[in-house]
Design a protein around this ligand. Structure first.
Ligand code: MG
Length: 328
C-alpha cells in the first residue's frame, strides 16, 4: 500500500470516529428502555418520549419496507422511532408468512443500523382468536432481536369493541408476553386495549403483571377529543404507562378533514405526559392519513412537495420536537 493511500485511510477512520462522537444516535443516548410508573425511562434514568412514523399494513404498502426509506425517515424526518406493521389477516402473515416476515426484518435491521427504535407491530383486529400464530411470530422476533435495545413488541394492534379486556385480550397478552420473555426478559411490550386501543382505563384497572409492558392508546384527531384524553388521564393516574403507537391527523376512517387544531391539542397532551407516538402512516394511498402523495419513490428522498398535507404537518412537528433532544 502506498503511503498516500495509507494516510487517507487513517484520516478516514479518524474522521469517521469524530463524526460518530459528535452525533450519537437516539439509541446511543437512551439505550435499553424500561418502564417506571407511567413513564418510559432510558439507561440513565431520563424520561423518554419518542416521535416517529408508522408504516402502513405490510401486505398493502410493503414497497416502503426497505433500508433506504428507514434511513430517510431518520435523516430527513428526524424520527427516533418507526413502527413496522405486520398485516396479519387479509392476505397478510397468516397466508403469506414468507413474504410478510422478511419485510418486518428489513425495517428492524435498518432501524438497528441507523440507531433508532422500532416497534414490531402485530397488526390485527382479532389476534386473540389465533394466539398460536402470534406466538410463532414473536418467538422468531424475540430470538433474533431480543438483545437489541432498539426493539419493542406490539402484540395486538387494535382489539375490537366487542371483545373483553379481562376475558379475551388480557389472557392473550399474558400468553404472548410469556413467550417473548422466554427469549427477551426486558424489552418493552406494547399491549393493545379494547375498542381499537382506546379503553386504556379498563386495562389500568386490571393490569398485566409484567414490569416492562405499556398500553396502546390510539386516536384520530378529528374524531376523538377530550373524552378520550380523560380516559387516558384516568389510566395514567392509576399508574400504567401509555404508548400512542398510531394516531391520525384526520378522522377515524383515515380520511376526511385534516384537523390541525385538534392535532395540536393532542400533541400538547402527549408532551405533558411524555407519551411516545407514531403517526399513521407512511403510505401513498389516496386518503388524508397518508403521509405521501401517490406514486412517490419507494426509497425515501421525498421532496417536501411530494408529501401530503398531513405528511408535511407531522414531519414539521417531529423535526421541531425531536431536534430539541440533540441540542447541546
Ligand atoms: Mg432484551
Amino acid at each position: 500500500m502506498n503511503i498516500k493511500l495509507l494516510f487517507l485511510l487513517v484520516l478516514g477512520v479518524f474522521y469517521h470516529q469524530i463524526v460518530k462522537c459528535q452525533t450519537p444516535t437516539i439509541v446511543d443516548r437512551y439505550g435499553q428502555l424500561r418502564v417506571e410508573g407511567s413513564y418510559i425511562l432510558g439507561q440513565n434514568g431520563d424520561t423518554v418520549q419518542l416521535r416517529g412514523m408508522s408504516m402502513f399494513w405490510s401486505q398493502w404498502m410493503g414497497q416502503y419496507y426497505n433500508a433506504s426509506c428507514i434511513k430517510w425517515l431518520r435523516d430527513d424526518w428526524n424520527c427516533t422511532v418507526v413502527r413496522a406493521a405486520l398485516g396479519v389477516e387479509s392476505g397478510g402473515y397468516l397466508e403469506n408468512p414468507y413474504e410478510e416476515v422478511p419485510k418486518i426484518k428489513r425495517v428492524v435491521d435498518a432501524a438497528i443500523k441507523n440507531g433508532i427504535y422500532v416497534i414490531i407491530d402485530y397488526h390485527s383486529h382479532e389476534a386473540h382468536k389465533n394466539p398460536a400464530a402470534a406466538k410463532k411470530f414473536f418467538t422468531e422476533m424475540a430470538k433474533k432481536y431480543g438483545t437489541y435495545p432498539n426493539v419493542m413488541y406490539e402484540i395486538y394492534n387494535e382489539p375490537l369493541q366487542e371483545t373483553s379486556w379481562s376475558k379475551d385480550i388480557k389472557p392473550y397478552a399474558e400468553s404472548i408476553i410469556s413467550t417473548i420473555r422466554t427469549y427477551d426478559p426486558d424489552n418493552i411490550i406494547i399491549c393493545g386495549t379494547r375498542q381499537w386501543s382506546q379503553l386504556v382505563d379498563e386495562a389500568a384497572s386490571d393490569p398485566i403483571k409484567d414490569k416492562n409492558t405499556v398500553y396502546t392508546l390510539h386516536y384520530y384527531a378529528a374524531s376523538h377529543g377530550q373524552s378520550l384524553r380523560d380516559e387516558a388521564e384516568a389510566a395514567i393516574k392509576k399508574g400504567i404507562a401509555l404508548f400512542v403507537s398510531e394516531f391520525g391527523t384526520c378522522d377515524y376512517s383515515g380520511n376526511g378533514t385534516l384537523d390541525y387544531e385538534a392535532s395540536k391539542i393532542w400533541w400538547d397532551f402527549l408532551d405533558k405526559y411524555k407519551i411516545s407516538w407514531c403517526n399513521w402512516s407512511i403510505a401513498d394511498k389516496n386518503e388524508t392519513a397518508s403521509a405521501l402523495q401517490f406514486g412517490v419513490s419507494w426509497s425515501g428522498n421525498w421532496k417536501i412537495e411530494k408529501l401530503s398535507p398531513s405528511g408535511k404537518f407531522v414531519r414539521e412537528e417531529i423535526i421541531k420536537k425531536n431536534s430539541i433532544l440533540f441540542q447541546k
